[in-house]
Write a protein that binds this ligand. Structure first.
Ligand SMILES: O=C(O)CCC(=O)C(=O)O
Length: 284
């Protein structure tokens, strides 16, 4: 089993409920993410063009600015803020089963029997946009069957992130506490922690570079700060769980990604795509 994290990093993760792992994401994985996100941005902008919201798709602008500028020109339309179904492609599959992410997952979960959890997202977060601002939440509020199952989330930015452009904040140590009831955040419409719970949290901002990964557990409270830059904040988040305890929510669109005991167990791209056939484009 390839190991990426040191024993000290793993001890920190288990103690604090999160880990900022610098420099672990290789260039080929970043390039796959950029391909998936650029394709999604092109499709989204093409949709605004077809709907007559814009007449200039501003193809001369770069990846960091284009979606933000065209969105303004289009009259700030709503779009799928955490796309998943629309990312399904060979490149997305290659991201999910990338050897680096599987090795990270094996380290975090402490097993070589690893499943991809079916929930992954891109986060195209634009400046001053309340409805993409992720409030304090625990990921297991979205899949409560993981209350007792370790699901490791891995969050990867595509550009440097700071408090200025929507880095994540985590609340260290709180992963040892309860899974809280879901609360509908009135500002963003996202599910999150109720005001009395989030008032007790002290957030640690995690500034990151594009080759870094932020790992956290299904119970670790976290949120994103507002994007106050003039650029898009791009990121992709993926999740893994131990195959022996794979949850119902995780197995829906999820799959066995690595098995040391049965090399035939891992799913192929063709079989993964079949799992999405009944899920309409434009949905989660
Ligand atoms: O990227 C974001 O804004 C939120 C990410 C997040 O909450 C997650 O990956 O669970």
């Amino acid at each position: 089993m390839t190991t990426i994290l040191t024993p000290e990093q793993l001890a920190f993760y288990h103690d604090r409920g999160y880990l900022h792992a610098p420099g672990v994401i290789p260039p080929d994985l970043l390039s796959l993410m950029r391909t998936v996100l650029s394709r999604w941005a092109n499709q989204t902008i093409d949709g605004w063009l077809e709907d007559g919201l814009i007449d200039d798709p501003q193809t001369d602008l770069d990846f960091q600015h284009r979606l933000a500028r065209v969105w303004q020109a289009a009259g700030k339309p709503k779009y799928i803020r955490s796309p998943r179904r629309d990312l399904v492609s060979r490149e997305m599959f290659e991201i999910l089963v990338h050897p680096t992410l599987l090795a990270l997952a094996q380290d975090l979960l402490g097993t070589t029997e690893v499943s991809v959890h079916g929930i992954f997202n891109a986060r195209p977060k634009l400046p001053d946009q309340l409805w993409t601002q992720t409030p304090w939440h625990q990921d297991a509020q979205y899949y409560r069957d993981a209350e007792q199952v370790h699901v490791a989330s891995i969050w990867m930015p595509l550009q440097p992130v700071t408090e200025e452009n929507s880095c994540l904040q985590v609340a260290p140590g709180h992963h040892r506490g309860a899974l809280h009831e879901g609360y509908d955040d009135p500002e963003s419409g996202f599910l999150g922690l109720a005001p009395d719970v989030r008032d007790q949290l002290e957030g640690v901002s995690v500034a990151m570079e594009p080759s870094d990964a932020l790992c956290f557990t299904q119970l670790t409270p976290h949120r994103a700060l507002p994007n106050r830059s003039d650029q898009v904040r791009w990121s992709i988040d993926v999740r893994y769980e131990p195959t022996a305890q794979a949850t119902e929510a995780g197995q829906k669109q999820g799959f066995i990604a690595h098995s040391a005991s049965n090399s035939q167990a891992a799913l192929t791209y063709e079989d993964w795509v079949k799992q999405w056939e009944t899920i309409p484009a434009g949905s989660y």
